[in-house]
Design a protein around this ligand. Structure first.
Ligand SMILES: [Zn+2]
Length: 673
């Protein structure tokens, strides 16, 4: 009896990617509704099935669609925005500020469609995503007809779709309820990474994933720094830490896993967690090479991902397959490791298992959804073809094949691309709309880069607080006489502290000259405190110092405007790479500081010993001010106070030249390089 089906693909070189890696040449696949009903030799299948649509594959490869195991599809709109940077500078300095400004439901729908067009062209039929406004990512994906796991991001920072973390958890709950059971979309929750989440977020996310039996998608152990910091803060590496938060109660998809040890791999294996390997992203961000061969030998399911295009910069799964093979070989110093056959499996059937979708996709087997691609091998770069060894065809795909060889793509029994033409997307429209966004983002960043201040406030966690102060600086030969005068005087002392200050100054030239100071303040002793066992306290602060003084009074008293941005939440290295100063200088000093009342007005008196570089002793008198008239009055008083402290006319005034002195120190540092 002849069985009627919808589509019959014949005269194909069928790579089933099933457990036994069956190949059929000439082979055929029969499809009814959304599923595969028959796979095998063409002669046998033609005897059983009859279809309204019979397609001659002309001897080309017919195989399961590729699985992109980790990506951020809406970020296609940010491709090429900022490159050649370290992960934290790239993420905190560029991606997150731009995302906060631009990411909206409209943005993610367009970005998703742009990515979908690229994914279909590279032969991807299913992707595992993590982003914001996930309901819109899912809507756009379903409209295009691709299969996907769409994960709602949760972070401890404000994100484009929520000012706090409770909201994305609530959003995720509603979103999962809405999409659970959809024929193409699997909803999921995606706590971004250990360093962007709290214990509580991880626990709540895991509970939610368990409650709805959906995957939990997370970046894990991507960089050595992440592991080092977690060891310092939690006393353990990443996998034990997330396990402690109950993460493995859920179906975990762990992206990256570059820096994990064998014990951690075993924990992933015992808990049926899948791994998403992202060779391009790891290479480009110099994150390291994930120990994939080891993971495979321990039986882990490892898929291959592109990561978002902001860190790749494309979604080409053929390139990822090739890199996975090459990186695997070079990292083990063994050309026999990561053979092409294994790599194609990782990009298809094993990849589907890694993202917990192995039951419905990843291989051409009866009962699975019809997610498949045709790859044309009749091109110069694919010629000639050898069939002596059945593994030849996998090597051809991985080492010679290109994404442009993919001619036809079907998902869930529906064609999305026929003979290189996309059927569910308008590429011309997408190109125009995407370029419009790029113009707007360009304008935003150009404006931001114009001033140090706007660049500074763009970074997450920085608070702007403007202040004006009058300042008077004198170089002195020693501190003794000033200390004596202060002791004997009846100036009222409100507070007294001793600091060791390590200042790093970043210097800038046009268009906006200025200095940014990164200060590490260590309180080493507090006077008038009988207790000697006060813990030493270190704080980090970042201050933008305008180069140009706002005003100049008699006796070299200057009015400065400074914008304190406290505390500095990132590392010195982060700020250095983000601001890219033209020169840098380091000043180390010991500071005695008094807050005093002088004739009813509050002043700060600083006695500094600048010992690195050895610049000697300085007396600084300053006071905060709020108006021009107030500044004039305080300038006179500051001069009077200084005269009093020095017991005469101040001779060696350096207020105006102090930055030049520092710049001099910086020149020396540059010359040393
Ligand atoms: Zn990622």
């Amino acid at each position: 009896m002849i069985i009627q089906v919808d589509t019959l693909l014949k005269n194909a070189n069928v790579l089933t990617m099933d457990l036994e890696m069956h190949q059929y040449e000439a082979g055929a696949v029969a499809i009814k509704d959304d599923s595969i009903v028959g796979v095998g030799n063409e002669v046998e299948l033609l005897a059983i099935y009859s279809a309204r649509e019979v397609i001659d594959c002309k001897g080309n490869i017919l195989m399961p669609g590729l699985i992109d195991a980790h990506t951020h599809v809406p970020m296609n709109l940010l491709r090429g925005l900022a490159d050649d940077l370290r992960l934290d500078v790239w993420l905190m300095g560029y991606m997150m500020p731009v995302e906060r400004e631009f990411v909206s439901p409209e943005f993610v729908r367009l970005g998703t469609k742009l990515a979908a067009a690229e994914l279909i062209r590279t032969g991807v039929t299913c992707f595992n995503d993590m982003y914001y406004f996930t309901d819109d990512v899912a809507t756009a994906t379903a409209e295009v007809g691709l299969r996907a796991i769409c994960g709602q991001s949760v972070l401890k920072f404000p994100t484009p779709d929520s000012p706090s973390y409770e909201e994305p958890l609530l959003y995720a709950r509603n979103y999962i309820e809405k999409w659970k059971g959809h024929s193409l979309i699997v909803p999921s929750i995606a706590p971004h990474a250990p360093y962007t989440c709290t214990d509580e977020i991880l626990r709540q996310a895991a509970l939610l994933a368990v409650e709805f039996d959906v995957p939990l998608h997370m970046h894990i152990a991507e960089t050595a720094l992440e592991v080092e910091n977690l060891r310092k803060e939690q006393g353990m590496p990443v996998i034990p830490y997330v396990k402690k938060q109950g993460l493995f109660d859920a179906k975990v998809i762990a992206a990256h896993c570059v820096h994990i040890d064998e014990g951690e791999m075993r924990t992933l294996g015992h808990n049926q967690a899948g791994v998403a390997h992202n060779p391009s992203s790891n290479l480009k961000l110099a994150s390291g090479m994930a120990p994939i061969s080891k993971m495979l030998s321990l039986g882990l399911n490892v898929g291959i991902g592109t990561d978002g295009v902001a860190s790749n910069n494309d979604l080409d799964m053929f390139e990822e397959m090739r890199l996975a093979a090459f990186v695997g070989k070079v990292s083990t110093n063994d050309p026999t490791s990561m053979p092409a056959k294994v790599v194609v499996n990782m990009a298809t059937n094993m990849g589907a298992k890694a993202i917990h979708m192995g039951g419905i996709t990843g291989s051409l087997e009866p009962g699975k959804r019809a997610d498949l691609i045709i790859v044309n091998l009749n091109s110069i770069h694919n010629t000639p073809k050898f069939r002596r060894d059945p593994a030849n065809v996998y090597a051809q795909l991985v080492y010679a094949g290109k994404s442009t060889d993919v001619s036809d793509v079907m998902v869930n029994g529906k064609w999305l691309m026929r003979d290189h033409s996309l059927l569910t997307l308008n590429e011309e429209e997408l190109l125009l709309e995407a370029q419009e966004y790029a113009h707007r983002i360009d304008a935003f960043l150009i404006e931001r880069e114009k001033s140090l201040l706007s660049k500074l406030v763009a970074i997450e966690g920085v608070i702007e607080e403007e202040s004006f102060e009058i300042q008077l600086k004198v170089r002195i030969s020693d501190t003794e006489s000033v200390l004596d005068t202060l002791k004997k005087s009846n100036i009222e002392i409100l507070a007294h502290r001793k600091y060791r200050q390590y200042d790093t100054y970043f210097h800038f030239e046009a268009p906006e000259p200025g200095n940014i100071r990164y200060r590490e303040d260590e309180i080493i002793d507090i006077a008038d405190q009988p207790s000697k066992d006060l813990p030493s306290k270190i704080r980090y602060r970042l201050t933008l110092i305008g180069q140009a003084a706002e005003g100049h009074f008699p006796s070299d008293v200057m009015l400065f405007r400074s914008r304190y941005l406290a505390p500095a939440t990132h590392s010195l290295r982060f700020y250095r790479e983000y601001f890219d100063p033209c020169a840098e200088s380091v000043i180390e000093k010991e500071r005695l500081r008094w807050r005093v009342l002088f004739k009813g007005t509050e002043f700060y008196i600083n006695l500094d010993h600048v010992f690195n570089p050895e610049m000697g002793f300085f007396l600084e008198v300053k006071s905060r001010t709020w108006s021009r008239r107030d500044a004039e009055h305080k300038a006179e008083m500051a001069t009077e106070l200084t005269k009093f402290l020095l017991g005469g006319e101040p001779e060696n005034m350096v207020t105006k030249d102090y930055f030049e002195l520092i710049q001099g120190a910086s020149d020396r540092i540059e010359n040393e390089d």
